[in-house]
Design a protein around this ligand. Structure first.
Ligand SMILES: Cc1ncc(COP(=O)(O)O)c(C=O)c1O
Length: 376
């Protein structure tokens, strides 16, 4: 019986391999100061989303260790049963305050948050408009909702207006999905324009702030602000900040909250300690963007809008080869290939951290200028 299953898997893998799209898990031991050990070599990582280096901050580690010792390794049940420990409650209060919202809801991950939010708010007979470069979990939540899903060109406002004009009269509810900072491109959504359109057409807006929290000026806030604890906050988990009634509704209706175990207390405590640092150390929070701009200026690339800078390569094989050449020089910059990005737009996604030194950033830029002079 399982022969056909294995044959199927082998056949699919061969297809992925021949298109340079097979993915492999590589053991990687991360350390402080953006270090990542692979195959016995210590590399400088430009591929972590730990933008402020907080996953290794002694204060964050101490907060997690204390919660671990006090409340145990796991939360024991879903949050609605007994898995709603004190660190989660405290974290929600702080997240809401940080975002200027009435309330917050912490999920098991950012992916789970996005799987739960849209289906709890819209369904068949409703409309979702989503940026074509939206994260996979935004699309997954949109499709699970059963609403009509229309995809608009990246960061374009006119197709949103057109979509709302065309459908708003015939749908009960309309939801716009976008990101504050796009994960693979590092550019930023035109939020003031989108929010004004949403207001004019009585549509709702969900902004995914996974890559913006703490590292870019937020500007306009959407009614629905979701994000993750796993990037700037150096921990694990996801959240939604919104009004009290919306959070109360999601607490009852988001299936990816109701039917899954609560986040471990140590993860919540770590994120809370990290949020303290984000709020009290603005110079640290400003550093990744400053380093990203130093890098784009040195290479003559368009000025970075966030700590994420794409170096477009094109073919998947070429992106892999450039990544390998950089690794040989001591830099870990993982190649990003389809389907994470569109075919023909494979790239190196360079992520800057407060943990990097100026010298490391300059060395990476110089290595890239030498290895891929056409990228300047
Ligand atoms: C834009 C965006 N949204 C959501 C997620 C999912 O967050 P998490 O890693 O917490 O599941 C990610 C990253 O993984 C992301 O880049």
């Amino acid at each position: 019986m399982s022969e056909s299953l294995d044959a199927f898997a082998r056949h699919k893998l061969a297809g992925l391999e021949s298109a340079a799209l097979r993915r492999r898990l590589v053991p990687t031991a991360r350390g402080p100061a953006a270090a990542a050990e692979r195959g016995g070599r210590t590399l400088v990582s430009f591929s972590c989303n730990d933008y402020l280096g907080l996953s290794h901050d002694p204060r964050v580690i101490a907060a997690a260790a204390e919660a671990l010792a006090r409340y145990g390794a796991g939360s024991g049940a879903s949050r609605l049963v007994t898995g709603n420990g004190p660190p989660l409650v405290a974290l929600e209060e702080r997240l809401a305050r940080h975002k200027g919202k009435e309330a917050a809801l912490v999920f098991g991950s950012g992916y789970l948050a996005n799987l739960g939010i849209a289906p709890a708010l819209v369904g068949p007979g409703d409309l979702i408009l989503i940026d074509e470069l939206g994260h996979s979990c935004l699309f997954a939540g949109a499709r699970m909702s059963g609403a009509r899903v229309e995809v608009f060109s990246h960061n374009a406002v006119e197709p949103i207006r057109a979509g709302l004009r065309r459908h708003r009269g015939s749908v009960r509810r309309a939801l716009i999905l976008t990101e504050r900072v796009f994960s693979m491109d590092g550019d930023r959504a035109p939020l003031p324009e989108i929010l004004a359109l949403a207001e004019a057409f009585d549509a709702w807006t969900l902004v995914d702030d996974a890559h913006g929290l703490g590292v870019v000026e937020p500007g306009a806030r959407a009614p629905l602000e979701m994000g993750t604890l796993s990037k700037t906050l150096g921990s694990y988990g996801g959240y939604l900040c919104a009004s009290r009634p919306v959070i109360d509704l999601l607490t009852s209706r988001a299936r990816s909250l109701v039917y899954t175990t609560g986040l471990p207390p140590a993860s919540a405590a770590a994120a809370l300690a990290a949020l303290d640092i984000v709020e009290t150390e603005p110079e640290r929070a400003a550093r990744p963007l400053a380093l990203a701009r130093r890098f784009t200026a040195r290479l003559g690339l368009p000025e970075a809008q966030s700590p994420v800078v794409p170096v477009l390569v094109g073919a998947a094989e070429a992106a892999l080869a450039l990544s390998e050449a950089l690794e040989a020089r001591g830099f870990l910059v993982v190649a990003i290939r389809p389907p994470t990005v569109a075919p023909g737009t494979a790239r190196l996604r360079v992520a800057f951290s407060a943990a990097h030194s100026e010298a490391q950033v300059d060395a990476l830029a110089d290595a890239l200028a030498e290895l891929a002079p056409d990228k300047r």
